[in-house]
Design a protein around this ligand. Structure first.
Ligand code: SAH
Ligand code: DHB
Ligand code: MG
Length: 229
């Protein structure tokens, strides 16, 4: 007896993500155009998936967020999802190293009608975060960390300085195919993400969990940390 070829896990994950997004997220011309412009400009296809973008949106709404900080803008895809959860007087500040990414993002944010709500700040996120702490800005209600993974511990420490009890800190890409569980890894992204977990484990000011995800972005996951004191 012959069997049909088995579908690869990724093929199944893609089909399920497409199904969920079709049912619950839908198509949005502004978001689709943001993705198209990112692709046309040659940016890497690493934005959050549509159903993940909506998760960020729902979390921002659940937070009642008025001020959101994002580390890692790319083309502004996740920024659009987050900014659409904000009230009229809300603000999203997103930090990006690459001026070309920032330029594409600004175009996408203008198309989304969000240019008054979102500021894209170009530079090393570590420098921008230090400057924000120095300025003593009003605390953020939600922080989304999604830039260079080796710097995750530094970004998380800065996020703690820039939030208040009740704020939510989300970190993307904390699983990376399961490599995070490899204590012997020398991959700087894995080392950074393991250092992030050690930091959080020893940090009494947050209550946190990490969850594994599969989907169109492969096998990965998020850390969610609520600032409790
Ligand atoms: N949050 C985006 C994806 C971000 S991809 C979305 O889901 O739509 C990661 C981004 O972080 C890239 O644009 C990259 O240029 C940026 N980045 C990398 N290193 C950085 C650094 N040191 N400071 C600021 N941004 C950085
Ligand atoms: C990469 C970065 C991301 O933020 C992501 O969500 C997926 C992949 C990367 O650098 O490969
Ligand atoms: Mg990411």
């Amino acid at each position: 007896m012959t069997h049909p070829p088995e579908k690869s896990p990724q093929t199944v994950w893609n089909a399920v993500d497409a199904y969920f997004s079709e049912q619950l997220v839908g198509h949005d011309p502004v978001l689709d155009a943001a993705t198209a412009d990112a692709d046309a400009a040659g940016l890497p296809p690493i934005a959050v998936a549509p159903n993940q973008g909506k998760l960020l949106h729902l979390l921002a709404l659940t937070q009642g967020a008025r001020r959101v900080l994002e580390v890692g803008t790319l083309a502004g895809y996740s920024a659009i999802w987050l900014a659409r959860a904000l009230p009229d007087d809300g603000e999203l500040l997103t930090l990006e190293l690459d001026p070309k990414h920032a330029e594409v993002a600004r175009g996408n944010l203008v198309r989304a009608g969000l240019e008054k709500v979102v500021e894209v700040r170009v530079g090393r996120a570590a420098d921008s975060l230090a400057a924000l702490v120095e300025e003593g800005v009003e605390p953020f209600d939600l922080v989304f960390i999604d830039a260079d993974k080796p710097s995750n511990p530094e970004y998380f420490r800065r996020a703690l300085e820039l939030t208040r009890p009740g704020s939510l800190i989300i970190v993307d890409n904390v699983v990376r195919g399961g490599r995070v569980a490899d204590a012997g890894s020398t991959d700087p992204a894995v080392v950074g993400t393991r250092a992030l977990h050690a930091l959080i484990a020893a940090e009494p000011r947050v209550s946190a969990t990490s969850v594994q995800t599969v989907g169109s972005k492969g096998y990965d996951g998020f850390t969610l940390a609520r600032v409790v004191s």
